[in-house]
Design a protein. Structure first.
Lengths: 142, 142, 142, 142
């Protein structure tokens, strides 16, 4: 699998009164790391969504384990990869490391989603394009 | 002027390591209070934007004074009104009170914005509709 | 079990370019609903944390399923209750309903945490006080 | 004056249903850029606050002008410097550039704040230490 890496600096505003990262912030980073995964695999999402006529890759399920806390000034490194491909969805794993030790682990299940032709207000899962799967798998197709 | 009121409960996640509200949070509340101002004046923004064919009321200028801090568990009351109408923009004032004393005061200058016909990627200020101004002024038109 | 209810108004700023709630926002609401659960059970967290000498109730695990999306202007009702008590942790379920239908379901595993006496920079799980468990179970102790 | 630079990648989650950065997000970046200003001037805030016995540098006034919008995938460069020193406060300017053109400009007035000795729940402005002013002015004191 293709592994995407991203570095994150924990800011004052990411932390709560206990002085540690407020946990929904990690899920914002999951989202940014998913964007980075696509970008690093050669598919910037703005172009990707528009060229494939999809609205986005909305989440249907997320899970996270918080192993150790971090505070402002800490630098985290994140490794993201796809763990599983289904017909119109896929599972991305994000591993956050602090000083080389796993601090947070998350799993996002996302759908490749376009407008529902029967009701444009609703989204509809579409089959994952083979070229997208290939790039996320680390197999360059070009 | 029509004055809109809103009550806000400060949550743990709104606060920073100093134990007080992280200041950009107040600007999120300014935005929500502007939405409430329109709703309370009889114009829910989702219907308003779609019926008037605009994209939204983006901000061009904001100013805020932070007089005293608040922490989680505090209840704030906000009073919002329009201080000034210009051709395609207007100035909203938000006053946050804690136990009856002014804690934060903000001023947002917003534009009544549609898609630019020459470039749909860009926004363009449009004249404020008289019925919208009348309602924000507290003069029911219906 | 004691069931806590909370009403949420989806704001413009909670939504992303797809026009739906940006998913980490739900986890901010999980946190606020957990606070409401304690408050509604008679234990406002600010007093609770300080009277029991704990730092907070940090999360160690979270899971969420996103069944249907919501947009700005929608009103959601949330029901929160404790699904399980362990020695120093507990599992809270949050169910978000939109027009009576389940839209999002989440599970938070939280720890009753104080400062580690051996290293005040670190947190340490402590046994859940019986009176706290009783109140969260819906058994008033007073 | 010492000028601190920071690069920001606009993420999907920073944007609202109009597809542009939700404006309070810029103020989160102001805060992060102020942190970077201290770090780049040789004073990481975690150490700085603790070594000088202050709680932080809370904001008393903020102003921002939004000249042109940005969307996800855009890269912004920010230049931050101190525009004015007062007794216990200082004014920081942040200029956001997109493709070399000024897109957002902000001014933060912050206080050098410790615990009020008469009431530890409250903060109190303290005189700015000369070495801190010197470093922010670009005059290395070491």
């Amino acid at each position: 699998m293709f592994v995407s890496k991203k570095t994150i600096l924990v800011e004052w505003g990411h932390c709560d009164p206990a002085g540690i990262v407020f946990y929904p912030q990690y899920l914002m980073w999951f989202d940014a790391c998913t964007t980075a995964l696509f970008t690093n695999a050669g598919m910037p999402i703005r172009e990707l969504f528009s060229s494939h006529g999809i609205v986005g890759v909305p989440l249907v399920d997320v899970r996270a384990r918080f192993i150790s806390s971090s505070t402002f000034g800490d630098e985290l490194t994140v490794e993201s990869d796809v763990q599983e491909f289904k017909r119109s969805s896929f599972v991305i794993r994000h591993q956050f490391f602090k000083s080389g030790k796993l601090a947070v682990e998350g799993f996002e299940t996302r759908v490749w989603a376009g407008r529902n032709p029967d009701d444009p207000q609703r989204l509809k899962g579409l089959p994952l394009p083979p070229d997208v799967m290939a790039r996320l798998s680390g197999n360059k197709t070009e």
